[in-house]
Design a protein around this ligand. Structure first.
Ligand code: PRP
Length: 173
């Protein structure tokens, strides 16, 4: 059993529930792309965990790549290593909050003219949405709390927790 760091108020999504969510999402993706191929693009850094866990449950031929959005300045989207023009692309995010990051990533990927583009997000905080974005495969809606773990950070910490937990307000307030 994983010990709870003192900064974590409570576990919101236990590791077992995350695993079940990822398996359910992978089954949906497998059903939709049966007989096809897929380029899976994870959004760094937070989506590294869900991307790694997801691709190991995908049945079709898969290529993997990662993108990042700089969180300052003009919020540029980094270049992909793989060419995605003409390919089925699945963009993978850990969480959709305001939707701004996802909107930017979707626009940048669509500009490269993939054959298709769909988006998977493990978590969604609908209460915080500012930009209307479409998510094709969604794991779980969560309340508007400061969550960390399974890729999600506070000041670059806690990404390695195997669960998603609520950060104590005293840590960031
Ligand atoms: C987080 C998360 C999403 C984004 C969601 O990334 O991984 O990409 O924020 O927020 P939004 O919907 O309000 O745009 P962050 O920019 O913190 O970078 P990280 O993945 O490196 O932690």
């Amino acid at each position: 059993m994983t010990l709870l760091p003192p900064e974590i108020e409570r576990v919101l999504v236990p590791a077992e529930q995350i695993a079940a969510l990822v398996s359910r999402l992978a089954a949906q993706v497998n059903a939709d792309y049966a007989g096809g191929e897929l380029v899976v693009v994870g959004a760094l850094t937070g989506a590294a965990m869900v991307t790694a866990d997801l691709v190991r449950q995908l049945a079709m031929p898969v290529q993997m790549d990662f993108v990042s959005v700089s969180s300052y300045g003009d919020q540029t989207v980094s270049a992909l290593t793989l060419p995605v023009a003409g390919h089925n692309v699945l963009l993978v995010e850990d969480i959709v909050d305001t939707g701004e990051t996802l909107a930017r990533l979707q626009a940048a990927l669509l500009a490269q003219e993939p054959r298709s583009l769909r988006t998977l997000a493990l978590l969604d905080k609908p209460a915080r949405r500012k930009v209307d974005v479409s998510v094709d495969y969604l794991g779980l809606d969560i309340p508007d709390e400061f969550v960390v773990g399974y890729g999600l950070d506070y000041a670059q910490r806690f990404r390695n927790l195997p669960f998603v937990g609520v950060l104590r307000r005293s840590v960031y307030a």
